[in-house]
Ligand binder design. Structure first.
Ligand SMILES: *Cc1c(COP(=O)(O)O)cnc(C)c1O
Length: 374
């Protein structure tokens, strides 16, 4: 038996919708994408959703929509995927990393204020593993200093903070439909916002800066003429992807419930191992959707553990994340005081966690962890 680190859950509904779209002859952004956007907005109770080609694109366009660029600074966490930091660099702005909390891997909101300078324009909190950050505190700081908050919710679609859905916790919220995420379109992303002032800009910038109805130019009602008003990118989603997304979204709550059930079972089975490893609990006032199940090893070499899990027991594990300041690209920015990020990275292992796992899978994984560590 081999238990892979991740498997996407795709049903006949997704497959049939993709076939229908292929047969329709309209493959790129069109009616299916607009339906997917409407469905996402309804799901999260957010005014506007703009679907794009990835969460990376969503972050990049959100920063641009708020006019962030050269000379600006954006505060974020080092404990994230390349997308968060790179999208800041795309705009010419400087990523300023603030250390994380040991309780959640999320940005330590108490350290944000000290990192603010005259050049700071935005904060990008990342909801690590599917657990929303401390948004009340973060939004208060942003309000006091006239900053925008762009949430990286690549892990947290389906989660809530103080009863409010992800999508409504920041000025703009960026999520991912990458293959391993809470729901997938293979590759894809979306921006959720209640800020009317950025919607037209986002829609324009996802398609080269051409006027927002340009996709219609090959439809019956369309016109061949268009104007490029400002520089945009090629970041649109396609109707093939949206065909998958429309049906994945209907399953999102079930997927989240399964993730939570699996996480609870892991927590129960690993509870008596607190000498060997550390597990993470949901913080108060939020619903954690367990995109990941991270553990910290107290006194066993992390790399050796992952190798044994894979080679001896047939279990795929991963590590989230290699902190951004450890990468060569970010070396020259000279960060210090990121001690918690360094500490967690040395010891972190992400166990397999996805909706289609069985209780037997989880029992076996926990038994193997005990064999290795005890
Ligand atoms: C996956 C991920 C992204 C990027 O998503 P893409 O859709 O692949 O661009 C951004 N942030 C975090 C925290 C992620 O895990």
């Amino acid at each position: 038996m081999y238990i892979p680190y991740n498997i996407a859950t795709i049903g006949d509904e997704e497959i049939n919708e993709v076939i229908e779209t292929l047969k329709s002859g309209w493959l790129t952004m069109g009616p299916k994408t607009f339906q997917f956007e409407c469905d996402l907005a309804k799901y999260s109770n957010t005014e506007h959703v703009v679907a794009v080609s990835s969460c990376t694109a969503a972050l990049h366009l959100s920063l641009l929509a708020y006019d962030i660029g050269h000379g600006d600074e954006v505060i974020t966490t080092p404990y994230t995927f390349a997308a968060t930091g790179n999208s800041i660099l795309y705009t010419g702005a400087k990523p300023v990393f603030v250390d994380i909390q040991k309780e959640s891997f999320n940005i330590n909101h108490e350290l944000i204020e000290d990192a603010i300078t005259d050049n700071t324009k935005a904060i990008i909190p990342v909801d690590f593993a599917g657990q929303p950050c401390e948004y009340d505190a973060i939004n208060d700081i942003a309000y006091d200093h006239d900053l925008v908050v762009i949430s990286d919710a690549a892990h947290s679609l389906g989660a809530k903070y103080k009863g409010k859905s992800v999508g409504n916790l920041a000025d703009a919220t960026c999520t991912s439909f990458y293959a391993t995420k809470n729901i997938t379109t293979g590759e894809g992303g979306a921006i959720f916002t209640n800020d009317d002032s950025i919607v037209d800009k986002l829609k324009c910038m996802r398609l080269h800066g051409i006027s927002k109805d340009a996709w219609k130019r090959y439809a019956k009602s369309g016109d061949w003429r268009y104007d490029i008003g400002s520089l945009g990118w090629k970041y649109n989603m396609t109707d093939i992807q949206s065909s998958i997304g429309i049906h994945q979204l209907k399953k999102l709550d079930t997927f989240c419930d399964l993730r939570i059930q699996h996480a609870n079972m892991f927590s129960k089975l690993l509870f008596d191992m607190n000498d060997e490893l550390h597990i993470f609990k949901e913080l108060p006032n939020r619903n954690h959707v367990f995109h990941l199940f991270p553990i910290l090893l107290n006194n066993y070499d992390r790399d050796e553990f992952i190798k044994e899990m894979n080679d001896v027991y047939g279990i795929g594990c991963s590590v989230h994340f290699i902190p951004l300041h450890h990468h060569t690209l970010y070396n020259h920015l000279h960060y210090d005081d990121l001690n918690n990020a360094d500490f967690m990275f040395e010891r972190e292992v992400s166990l397999p966690l996805y909706p289609s796992m069985t209780n037997e899978n989880i029992l076996y994984i926990c038994k193997c962890i005990k064999d290795i560590l005890c």
